[in-house]
Design a protein around this ligand. Structure first.
Ligand code: SF4
Length: 285
């Protein structure tokens, strides 16, 4: 993987498209992703963003925004006023197109720098979205942020299957991510598990029961159809993911599968579907 440090001119991106109803801004400490060649990278929506990839293979490059925290401090006041003029809380999604706790974070600590900056200048609301158990390295900072902003941590666990025939391994095992849910919940952090994009689930009842026991407060279910930023999932259909899902469980490549799993989830946990779920709208059956 090619890694280079860059200076960014802005770090708070005003939301559009899918994220518009979820938050006013997104924040990405990196361009590219060190998990791009793991299972979640196979169907990752970001790889279809030619503006970000500029022809580079997904998972082969990383740009490190070394001045991210400094730029946050300089611009957060202006962006907060912009959000408030629109009668919306200044709400940040970290991150929409990279993994905040990918392996390079251990060296560069760009995400940690942003968490420290937000401690001093908090947004009104913050969603931390991750596939990585490395989030636990910032557990104390995150628990402290809970007292200054409306914080939710979204842990991505798309399936209960540890292995998926024909696909690379998960970046972090399902069991380890459930353990991460437990540890952050015990630290008083509000945890939402995101099954996005939803992959075939072997034992849904057992899986949701485990999430309840680990302390998850809600679950979000999103299918690649509607969930990948296109109405018919056309971005994901260009990747090998649907074919592999079909081989495991043919029903899983249809939108009805999302509704079926959401109705089971609703018996165990408050459940949100698609962007409404990411925005924190949950209901129980
Ligand atoms: S961690 Fe997120 S951004 Fe990175 S490859 Fe996986 S889905 Fe894409």
């Amino acid at each position: 993987m090619t890694i280079k440090e860059i200076k960014c001119r802005s770090i708070l991106t005003r939301s559009g498209g899918y994220l518009q109803s979820v938050c006013t801004h997104s924040m990405n400490p990196y361009v590219g992703c060190g998990y791009g060649k793991t299972l979640c990278g196979t169907g990752c929506y970001v790889q279809s963003n030619g503006w970000l990839t500029r022809g580079r293979e997904w998972g082969s490059f990383l740009e490190v925004k070394s001045n991210a925290a400094e730029v946050y401090c300089k611009t957060c006041g202006r962006e907060m006023r912009w959000a408030h003029r629109k009668d919306r809380p200044f709400s940040i999604f970290l991150s929409s197109s990279t993994e905040p706790w990918q392996p390079a974070e251990q060296k560069y600590r760009i995400t940690r720098g942003l968490l420290i900056a937000m401690q001093a200048d908090p947004p009104d609301a913050l969603i931390l979205q991750t596939h990585s158990t490395r989030i636990l390295e910032d557990q104390e900072l995150i628990a402290n942020l809970s007292s200054v902003t409306n914080l939710r941590v979204h842990i991505s666990i798309e399936t209960d299957r540890e292995n998926f025939a024909g696909l690379p391994k998960h970046a972090c095992s399902v069991e380890d991510r459930i353990e991460t849910v437990r540890m952050l919940s015990e630290a008083g952090v509000f945890i939402v598990v995101c099954m996005a994009p939803l992959l075939p689930v072997q034992q849904p009842e057992k899986f949701f029961e485990k999430l309840v026991q680990a302390g998850a407060k809600a679950v979000v279910i999103d299918h690649f159809i509607e969930g990948d930023g296109t109405v018919n999932g056309s971005r994901t259909l260009k990747t090998p993911l649907p074919e592999k899902m079909n081989a495991v469980l043919p029903a899983s490549v249809h939108l009805d599968y999302r509704n079926k799993i959401a109705s089971i989830a609703g018996r165990f946990l408050p459940t949100g579907v698609s962007s409404a779920g990411f925005a924190g709208h949950f209901s129980s059956v």
